[in-house]
Design a protein around this ligand. Structure first.
Ligand code: ADP
Ligand code: MG
Length: 237
C-alpha cells in the first residue's frame, strides 16, 4: 500500500497508509474501534475505492480504475466477524460455491477439495450440516475454509473471533496458526493481543486512520516508541 487515503463524507478515515506485506508474512492491524482497520482491509479487497495512493498485489496496481475487480477478488480470501455463511446451503455447498461458479471448477473436483479442507481442519463429519447446526466456532472455521477453497494468494481476516464465546475462540485461532505454518500470507485485525503477538511477523498500530507505528511484535509489545501506541497498549493489556 502506497500512501492510501480514504474519505467518507469529507472525513479522512485512512490517512496515507504505507504498508508492505511480503509473501508468507502475517501482518496484524491493531487499534481502537474506528481507527480504520476494517476500511483498510476493505480497500485491499476493492470493496471500497481509495481516494489517493495505490495498492499493489503481486506487482499489479489493483486500485487502477482499469483493473479487473473480479480477477483481483479471485486472488483474495476475506473473512469477517460475522460468518456470513449461506444459511440455506450445506457446509459442502457453501465451500464449493465459489470454486464452481466463479473459478469454473467441476463439482466432483470442488467437492473432493472441500472434503480435504474439512478433514484438515477437523470438520470432516460436518459436510452435510447446515450452518445453524454448527457452533459459532465451527461456522467461522467453515467460513475460513470457504475463503481458502479458491486458493487465494492473500487472506484478509477481520476480527474473526470477535463474535465468538471465549471457549470457541481457541479453535479458530488454531486454524489461523495452521494457515501461517502452511505459508499463507495474511492481513488480520484482532483484539486478541496475546494471539497477535504470537502469530504476527509485523504488527501495525492504527489511530485515527494513521499508521502510527509498525514493527515486529516483540518491539511493538515490549518497546513501543510512539506515545499513542504506548497508551493504547496500556489500555488493552
Ligand atoms: P475499525 O475497523 O478500526 O473499527 P473502521 O474501518 O470500521 O474502523 O471505521 C473507520 C472510520 O470510518 C469510522 O469512523 C467509521 O465510522 C467510518 N466508516 C467506515 N465505513 C464507513 C462508511 N461506509 N460510511 C461512512 N463512514 C464509514
Ligand atoms: Mg473493524
Amino acid at each position: 500500500m502506497d500512501g492510501v487515503w480514504k474519505n467518507f463524507h469529507g472525513h479522512s478515515v485512512l490517512r496515507g497508509i504505507d504498508l508492505e506485506v511480503e509473501p508468507h508474512e502475517v501482518v496484524s492491524l491493531i487499534g481502537a474501534s474506528g481507527s480504520g482497520k476494517s476500511t483498510l482491509l476493505r480497500c485491499v479487497n476493492l470493496l471500497e475505492t481509495v481516494d489517493d495512493g495505490a495498492i499493489y498485489l503481486d506487482g499489479e496496481e489493483i486500485t487502477d480504475p482499469r483493473a479487473n475487480v473480479d480477477q483481483v477478488r479471485r486472488r483474495l480470501g476475506i473473512v469477517f466477524q460475522s460468518f456470513n455463511l449461506f444459511p440455506h446451503m450445506t457446509v459442502l455447498d457453501n465451500i464449493t460455491l465459489a470454486p464452481r461458479q466463479v473459478h469454473g471448477v467441476a463439482r466432483a473436483q470442488a467437492e473432493e477439495q472441500a472434503h480435504g479442507l474439512l478433514s484438515r481442519f477437523g470438520l470432516a463429519n460436518k459436510a452435510k450440516a447446515y450452518p445453524d447446526q454448527l457452533s459459532g466456532g465451527q461456522q467461522q472455521r467453515v467460513a475460513i475454509i470457504r475463503a481458502l477453497a479458491t486458493q487465494p494468494r492473500l487472506m484478509l481476516l477481520d476480527e474473526v473471533t470477535s463474535a465468538l464465546d471465549p471457549q470457541l475462540v481457541v479453535e479458530v485461532l488454531q486454524i489461523i496458526r495452521e494457515l501461517k505454518e502452511s505459508g499463507m500470507t495474511m492481513i488480520l485485525t484482532t483484539h486478541e493481543m496475546g494471539f497477535c503477538r504470537d502469530i504476527s511477523d509485523q504488527v501495525c498500530f492504527l489511530d485515527g486512520g494513521v499508521l502510527v507505528e509498525k514493527g515486529p511484535p516483540e518491539q511493538i509489545f515490549t518497546a513501543p516508541e510512539q506515545p499513542r501506541t504506548q497508551e493504547f497498549l496500556r489500555s488493552v493489556l
